[in-house]
Design a protein around this ligand. Sequence first.
Ligand code: ZN
Length: 242
Amino acid sequence: MRVLVISDIHANLTAFQRVLESAADEWDKIWCLGDIVGYGPDPNECIETLRQYDHLSLSGNHDWAVMDRLDIKTFNREARAAIRWTQEAISESNLSFLRSLPAHTVEGPFTLAHASPRQPLWEYILDTATAGANLKKFETTYCLVGHSHVPMIFKEVGNSRAEWYAPSYGQPFELNQSRLIINPGSVGQPRDYDPRSAYGLLDLEAMTWEHRRVEYEFEDTQARMAEAGLPDRLISRLGFGS
Ligand code: ZN
């Protein structure tokens, strides 16, 4: 089975559709690592699109905020405004879909967590110390996380120490039993100063992983955000990938 691994769609339908099209014949199932909604203008459309495909999905901290499962005081002003807008916009059926999703799960040799295996909703794995501490917190060989919106790979190099690797886009590599924490990056709000959507392709027979990027028309998403009255800073950041 070939898996399209995505995370942090954040209600950006233009980006999500571009990712689905760009890898159209290359996957059989979607694994979505959460934060389907929040920030963007298309929460219902993104959930309904995801539900059209064979998929496994986690919930992220923004999904939890929309469900009222956590206190949005922990979010910044713009993120809070987007959560309130999403709570008004989302349909009852899509809300109950979000409620049905776990924040972490295990699939064969892969642990899937929105943020980190240690704190599935909150922790950002952005450095080798945090990655190393998290290597002790899952039992499978591999772990897939989202949340930081930055594509990267951490590899265990003895005694829960981790090394960091930047992704090589479009270059599949073999998973060779080294323990890894892999982040595919964000579909709908990249934060590595590259506005292109990020995703991953995982081939469970060949046991290969590949990071990918694809351009999308972020101006279209920005126009819908402006129409919805979403905060300016959330609109402009899509153009910078920050
Ligand atoms: Zn997110």
